[in-house]
Write a protein that binds this ligand. Structure first.
Ligand SMILES: Nc1ncnc2c1ncn2[C@@H]1O[C@H](COP(=O)(O)OP(=O)(O)OP(=O)(O)O)[C@@H](O)[C@H]1O
Length: 274
């Protein structure tokens, strides 16, 4: 958030930005054999908000993102998204309906350049036939130019012009994370799922990434669901938080509400379960 800004103006702007419910997780239960990774969890995500999912290791956070984008198919429950119920959500439905994500462990093509990696995020936007693309004529040619311009804008936005031709495997970790964000943005997502976008980063890199997340949310109006372990970052960025513990919903509310919740404090301090 810009320094020197009147905090009441900022709060009002945020309120104006947040709209109706975009996605609702309804009573999701996910099992792996005998392990209940998620246990009857429900919550919603509103248009334009930054919604964080927090909780101790193994709480079910990544599994929840995997249910939302269809990588995992829960045994019970459904996902309501933008007017339609998915039971379960399938990866293709998620991708074609504007749900994009980044991963806890970077999933880029290490030998390919920054530019080419981000271009792969445009695949679902391509309308030209394979022949048109291969021989670079007709729609293939005009589309390529259009996609390239879009990707160049993302590169400018994320301030990574200097590394546009560098193979991503040679980049430091923090920059690889930024390229991964760029690839997700190339899909022009309505809902962006970020799985620990700041893991392994130093303070300066975390500050940069926080700024980009806020900018994506404010400038593009992208709704963001975020998993992050750094509580300082989470409290600063989030409009609302969901807290999971041992696969169950422990709390749901604003940063202030969650910060003061005794069950959350106990979970983080490691108070024994009955
Ligand atoms: N593919 C899988 N196969 C078997 N068990 C799994 C699988 N994915 C997750 N789990 C289990 O489900 C539970 C929740 O895991 P999950 O990765 O969702 O937690 P998390 O909150 O994201 O943890 P962390 O903060 O450590 O990343 C854990 O007990 C985990 O071992």
């Amino acid at each position: 958030m810009a320094s020197g800004q009147d905090p009441t103006t900022g709060a009002q702007e945020r309120k104006d930005r947040i709209g109706d419910v975009l996605l609702r997780v309804e009573n999701i239960t996910l099992r792996f054999g005998g392990v209940k990774a998620i246990n009857g969890v429900s919550f919603d995500i509103r248009k334009g908000e930054v919604r964080s999912i927090i909780g101790p290791n193994g709480a079910g956070k990544s599994s929840m993102l995997n249910c939302i984008n269809g990588f995992y198919q829960p045994q019970e429950g459904s996902i309501w998204y933008n007017g339609k119920t998915y039971s379960p959500m399938r990866p293709h439905d998620a991708a074609t309906n504007g749900i994009a994500r980044t991963f806890q462990n970077i999933a880029l093509f290490k030998g390919m350049s920054t530019l080419d990696n981000i271009m792969t995020g445009r695949i679902l936007k391509q309308k030209a036939s394979l022949i048109e693309q291969a021989f670079y004529f007709g729609r293939g040619k005009s589309e390529e130019i259009e996609h390239r311009e879009f990707v160049e804008d993302i590169i400018d936005f994320l301030e990574i012009q200097a590394i546009r031709k560098t193979p991503v495997g040679r980049l430091p970790y923090g920059l690889q994370k930024r390229v991964e964000l760029g690839r997700a943005l190339a899909a022009e997502p309505t809902l962006l799922l970020l799985d620990e976008p700041m893991a392994g980063m130093n303070l300066e890199e975390k500050e940069d990434m926080s700024r980009f997340i806020i900018d994506v949310n404010e400038h593009f109006g992208t709704t963001i669901a975020l998993i992050e372990h750094d509580m300082g970052v989470v409290m600063d960025l989030s409009d609302r938080l969901v807290v999971l513990d041992y696969g169950s919903l422990l709390a749901d509310g604003t940063p202030e509400e969650v910060r003061g919740n005794q069950a959350v404090i106990d979970a983080y301090l490691g108070v024994a379960h009955d």
